[in-house]
Design a binder for this molecule. Structure first.
Ligand code: UDP
Ligand code: MG
Length: 318
């Protein structure tokens, strides 16, 4: 194959040896049906698996020249495994999909159809999720709703990283240097024309989830802190409350002092406590505001992205 692929598929794999052959079979069939054999590449990223995932990948790539195996030095986590895969894609369209068959590979056809209508991103949105614990469903639901309330950009509800993206979006994503990567949020932040396809999420074909409670919390923290400085601003809200409470208390304390109802020493003590705690909160709030701005600046994101310029005459620098 000399021409660039029509479709690049990125699938992160962590301890997926048991189910990988089944995934590749279905994924390859779906990709062939959509763009034709020889016009897609399937990038399998082994994220430091402890089982024979890597040798399975090597074996599979002997039979299917579309497979590109990538082996990370250790377990870097789902988001970074996807990031590594994305840095290697060459195709005009890029699909991110889990290797555990929870995301149906057959959706790639309809996704391509939609993308080619002029969209930059077609993300899969979960209508139902089979085989997930009630706890996971509840925490995921809560997380997505909190995030969309706090985040500065509109992050779609109930979507994972299962999505098809245009080359342009992937290039822009790859150019974002931030270290804590919450890919679905970054794609939302990039904007452009985005749309969804509803699907029913299956249970895992084999094995079990690698998202333990700790990892889910980590991802949730990454999501929240990457797209919102609201937590840092908490001090600002508290300082506001503190000032209001201090003003009320001040009046109360002074009235007590003037009418002679206060125990000696209470007035000065209360005033000192109120003054210093409010002053501290205000200072924290100021820190929070500056820190939030420094943090966002440190991410080095582009300030804006221009999709198109229309002008009657060509611009000078064209
Ligand atoms: N995965 C990975 N590195 C990890 C954890 C998971 O590459 O450290 C892969 C995993 O093999 C799967 C995808 O990321 O293809 C989603 O992980 P998982 O199924 O455990 O998450 P869940 O679907 O339960 O949210
Ligand atoms: Mg899964």
């Amino acid at each position: 194959m000399t021409a660039l692929p029509e479709l690049s598929i990125v699938a992160p794999c962590y301890n997926e040896a048991a189910g990988l052959a089944g995934f590749v079979l279905r994924m390859a069939a779906a990709a062939e049906a959509a763009v034709g054999a020889g016009f897609y590449e399937l990038i399998l990223v082994d994220d430091g698996s402890r089982d024979p995932t890597w040798s399975v990948i090597q074996g599979l790539s002997v039979d299917n020249p579309a497979i590109v195996g990538v082996r990370l030095s250790r377990n870097h986590g789902h988001q970074l495994a996807v990031t590594a895969g994305l840095s290697l894609v060459r195709g005009a369209r890029v699909l991110i999909i889990d290797a555990d068959l929870q995301d149906p590979p057959e959706l790639v056809g309809p996704m391509i159809e939609k993308l080619d209508q002029g969209f930059d991103v077609v993300f899969g949105r979960r209508r139902t999720r089979a085989g997930e614990s009630a706890f996971k469903l509840a925490t995921a639901g809560l997380f997505y709703r909190t995030l969309s309330a706090l985040a500065d950009s509109e992050i779609p509800l109930d979507t994972g990283d299962f999505r098809l993206m245009s080359r342009r979006i992937v290039d822009r994503l790859n150019a974002m240097p931030e270290r804590d990567r919450f890919i679905r949020g970054m794609v939302a932040w990039l904007g452009g024309r985005q749309t969804e396809i509803l699907y029913d999420r299956d249970a895992r074909a084999t094995g079990e989830t690698h998202y333990t409670l700790r990892r889910m919390l980590r991802l949730a923290t990454d999501g929240l802190t990457s797209f919102s400085t609201a937590p840092l601003r908490l001090a600002t809200a508290l300082a506001g409350l503190g000032v209001a409470a201090a003003a009320g208390l001040l009046v109360y304390v002074l009235i007590g002092f003037l009418t002679g109802h206060a125990t000696p020493g209470w007035t000065s003590l209360a005033l000192i406590v109120v003054f210093f705690s409010t002053a501290q909160l205000i200072c924290l709030a100021i820190f929070g505001e500056y820190l939030g701005r420094t943090y966002m600046q440190a991410k080095g994101r582009p300030l804006y992205l221009i999709d198109e310029i229309r002008a009657a005459r060509p611009r000078e620098d064209d």
